[in-house]
Design a binder for this molecule. Structure first.
Ligand SMILES: Nc1ncnc2c1ncn2[C@@H]1O[C@H](COP(=O)(O)OP(=O)(O)OP(=O)(O)O)[C@@H](O)[C@H]1O
Length: 327
């Protein structure tokens, strides 16, 4: 559905040169849901704008829905939906008119467009809003209207640039529910950008991590967390009749070999905190608890912190995506 090779974009303004996207290769198969995840300014929108034919690449090629984005931009645009970062609807226009205009833009026959507008307003929980101006809608409703506008041509491929930024958690969840249902109903391939880690983790079947204009990792969320970050298991060990040193010695003797990092910390209250880094935290706990019991070590508490996409980004770049998103 999408194939890009060596996609590059350099912006030049007077003496300022910004290498926004550098040599990006990407393939997206029919039906996939792929998220571009990366900090502000990483090059996510620029990549998406090149793939949607809105921006001409400095170098490289991209084929979208079977057409080259530079040689056949009109064919590309006819086959995709694009929901950009800003609101698409003109604020003083009525909701229904904006949908019909969008239909006209894509040469959808008027009667078909009218039916689609009604169906989309229904599907996106905007019934009765036809005559309202875009300005009178709430932020969440406006974003849902953007989605409706992006779907008026029934695209097989939908590009969404930060669809939920600025919405409260309830509105975010609500919009996702609608998008996911429409995705199944219309059998859509989807490419989206986000800086919400939880969203990418929960929604995307594949994540393309982008930093400084280049792809630094490309895999399923599960594979990224398994390969580039560890779960951290923390056990509170009670000393009983043993000294802390003996507890540590016994505990370390039963730690499985595949644990990638082991730390022990003697706490002021006499307990020992044992920290195990592993790529299978939840599975590790039961056998380790049994093994500790077998060597006479009592476990007072257990905690598993599963690896997050932020840990992945941190391990790959030395920076936290969560902190950069908040900055
Ligand atoms: N028209 C432009 N002229 C000059 N520089 C630009 C232009 N558009 C984007 N850039 C620069 O290119 C880089 C990548 O920007 P881009 O918008 O693609 O990042 P992004 O990952 O989408 O960020 P965000 O999450 O903030 O939207 C940034 O340094 C940005 O300032």
């Amino acid at each position: 559905m999408v194939s890009a090779r060596g996609l590059t974009k350099t912006f030049t303004r007077k003496k300022d040169v910004v290498e926004a996207v550098k040599d990006v290769d990407l393939d997206v198969a029919d039906g996939e849901l792929v998220a571009f995840l990366g900090p502000n300014g990483a090059g996510k929108s620029t990549t998406m704008r090149m793939m949607t034919s809105l921006l001409k690449p400095t170098a490289g090629t991209a084929t979208v829905a079977g057409y080259d984005v530079v040689r056949n931009p009109a064919e590309v645009r006819a086959r995709i939906g694009y929901i950009g970062q800003g609101n698409a609807g003109g604020y003083s226009y009525r909701v229904h008119d904006e949908l019909m205009n969008q239909g006209r833009f894509y040469s959808v026959p008027a009667d078909v467009a009218r039916q689609r507008a009604t169906d989309l307003l229904d599907a996106l929980e905007l019934p009765g809003m036809e005559k309202r101006t875009v300005l009178s809608l709430s932020g969440g409703q406006r974003r849902r209207l953007d989605v409706a506008m992006g779907l008026m041509n029934h695209p097989g491929l939908l590009f969404l640039d930060e669809p939920t930024t600025g919405l409260d958690p309830h509105a975010r969840a609500n919009l996702w529910e609608h998008i996911m249902r429409l995705r199944v109903e219309n059998n859509m391939t989807m490419l989206l950008t986000t800086h919400y880690l939880d969203e990418a983790d929960a929604m995307a079947e594949r994540i393309v991590l982008i930093d400084h204009g280049t792809v630094i990792a490309d895999a399923t969320p599960t594979a990224l967390k398994r390969d580039f970050a560890d779960d951290v298991v923390t056990l509170g060990l009670l000393p009983g009749d043993d000294t802390a040193a003996v507890v540590v010695e016994k505990a370390r003797s039963v730690v499985p070999d595949d644990v990638s990092r082991v730390e022990d910390h003697a706490e002021p209250d006499g307990t020992v905190r044992l920290v195990l880094a592993t790529n299978h935290g939840p599975d590790l706990v039961p056998p380790v608890l049994r093994a500790l019991e077998a060597v006479g070590v009592t476990v007072g508490s257990a905690d598993v912190k599963q690896a997050s996409l932020d840990d992945v980004f941190l391990n790959l770049t030395g920076r936290s995506l969560r902190e950069e998103a908040a900055a």
